[in-house]
Design a protein around this ligand. Structure first.
Ligand code: URP
Ligand code: ZN
Ligand code: ZN
Ligand code: ZN
Length: 483
């Protein structure tokens, strides 16, 4: 069976033009005028764009004594409902656990996915086993390795481990990811705040000021540069870390920054809300910041110093958040956003004139497909690409509400926000999963996307490393030693 999307305007990261799209066997078979197919989807008044890719999710993640509430079933359903057709989740070995063992656990969970997915591998401890297994992980098509510079005593790695792991990732032709916050300083500030009686969710924000993020981002950039590995900084929330990334990029370093839709649109005042639940539901790391930081993030997307908008979807119910009553350090860190990222970014980005529709496609899909080595299978509207597409209606409106969301949790951090710009259709490998807000997707439809190491950026970096590698100077007339 073939499907044709008619009467729409195709919008990619670099072009917009009117054409039909023919889909066969889950892929784009033709692009042009007057195409014919068995099933016809009308895209009048709509943009036909690559489906969103969210490269930062934590589905059914064991964290802070519990599991994040959205699993691959509800999480990918939420993704599709909002026009996102692929997620990249973090396989997370517990300290001492082997990487392939952790991968097996994530393979088991992800079988329920409604849309395609891939994994990053987290390096949560260091040793010979981790070093060795990293090669097997790359052979499995997982080329990105995440490092937590925060969560001391749990997931955090120290600088010697960071440097060793970064070098290994560089040698394997992969890319290093960091959660950049100075975990030692956060631990000290948290202990002091608690001792002083600052136990509420607002103290979470005080415990993680922008400086801890700026410092760690600078440190990760320098360590990555010395290790010769491309670096991707997740959840960039403030000017301090954006400035470090901007500076590194202007120096030619291979660094990318990822702001989240939450940090772009919600601010720190959420933590001072009189309702404990309201504030705790918004506890995540890094915390939401003030308007100056938000403006910096938007400017980064406009200027190209920041490359990708993600969600870090890590949803906990109100009941789970209440583990932290009386001690903010026990509030499970994380917020949702998978269903809302695309409509929120369109509303606050494109509809306000901050971003062009093409830039919207770049930061929600194409850039990350290129960075992670899966372009043009994903992130493109090209003949041969997977038909992961969203037919976007810029006039469709709704009010975000937990009552109508796909996510399994009992609230939404964007509750009450009016958005304009929604999917008319979302297609996952050619199958229509969403029609005007109505979901008709299939559990288990999602497939794992393997990625190739040694992409063009890695090869460029390797050429440069080879040229500038330390070499002994050839000398004649060596003086006699021991004089
Ligand atoms: O608070 C957050 N961001 N929770 C998820 C884990 C992480 O740090 O990304
Ligand atoms: Zn993080
Ligand atoms: Zn509230
Ligand atoms: Zn995360």
């Amino acid at each position: 069976m073939s499907t044709v999307i008619r009467n729409g305007t195709i919008v990619t990261a670099d072009l917009s033009w009117k054409a039909d799209v023919l889909i066969e066997g889950g892929r784009i078979a033709a692009i042009g005028e007057g195409l014919v197919g068995d099933e016809v989807l009308d895209a009048s008044g709509c943009y036909v764009m690559p489906g969103g890719i969210d490269p930062h999710t934590h589905l059914e993640m064991p964290f802070m004594g519990t599991y994040s509430a959205d699993d691959f079933e509800s999480g990918t359903r939420a993704a599709l409902a909002g026009g996102t057709t692929m997620v990249v989740d973090f396989a997370l070995p517990s300290p001492g656990q082997g990487l392939m063992d952790a991968l097996q656990m994530w393979d088991n969970k992800s079988g329920r996915a409604h849309c395609d997915y891939s994994f990053h591998m987290a390096v949560t401890w260091w040793g010979e086993q981790v070093f060795d297994e990293m090669a097997a992980v790359v052979d499995r098509g997982i080329t990105s390795f995440k490092h937590f510079m925060a969560y001391k005593g749990a997931l955090m790695v120290n600088d010697d481990e960071l440097f060793a792991s970064f070098r290994r990732v560089g040698d394997l032709g992969g890319i290093a990811l960091v959660h950049a916050e100075n975990g030692d300083v956060v631990a000290e500030l948290s202990a002091r705040l608690l001792a002083e009686g600052n136990v509420g969710p607002e103290a979470h924000a005080y415990s993680r000021p922008p400086q801890v993020e700026g410092e760690a981002t600078n440190r990760a950039i320098m360590v990555a540069d010395m290790a010769g590995v491309p670096l991707y900084v997740v959840h960039v929330s403030c000017e301090d870390s954006h400035e470090a990334i901007r500076r590194a990029r202007s120096q030619g370093k291979r660094v990318w920054g990822e702001p989240l839709i939450q940090h772009l649109t919600l601010d720190e005042s959420e933590y001072f809300h009189p309702d404990w639940d309201h504030a705790a539901r918004r506890v995540m790391s890094p915390p939401f910041r003030n308007k100056l930081h938000q403006d910096s993030l938007w400017a980064g997307l406009q200027s190209g110093s920041l490359s990708v908008v993600a969600t870090d979807h890590c949803a906990f119910t109100t009941e789970q958040k209440r583990y932290g009553v009386g001690d903010f350090t026990r509030i499970p860190n994380g917020t949702g956003g998978l269903e809302d990222r695309m409509p929120m970014l369109w509303t606050h980005g494109v509809a306000t004139g901050r971003l062009t529709p093409n830039e919207f496609v770049a930061v929600t899909s194409t850039n990350i497909a290129k960075i992670l080595g899966m372009y043009p299978k994903k992130g493109a509207v090209l003949v041969g690409s997977d038909a992961d597409l969203v037919v976007w209606d810029p006039e469709a409106e709704k009010t975000i509400s937990a009552g109508s969301q796909q996510s399994a949790i009992d609230y939404n951090v964007f509750e009450g926000q009016k958005v304009k710009g929604l999917p008319r259709f979302t297609l996952t490998r050619g199958v229509v999963a969403v029609t005007e807000g109505k979901l008709d997707s299939r559990e288990g439809h999602g497939e794992f996307v393997a990625r190739a190491p040694r992409g063009t950026v890695n090869r460029a970096l390797s050429a440069w490393k080879e040229l500038t590698a330390p070499r002994p100077v050839e000398r004649s007339g060596i003086p006699a030693s021991g004089v």
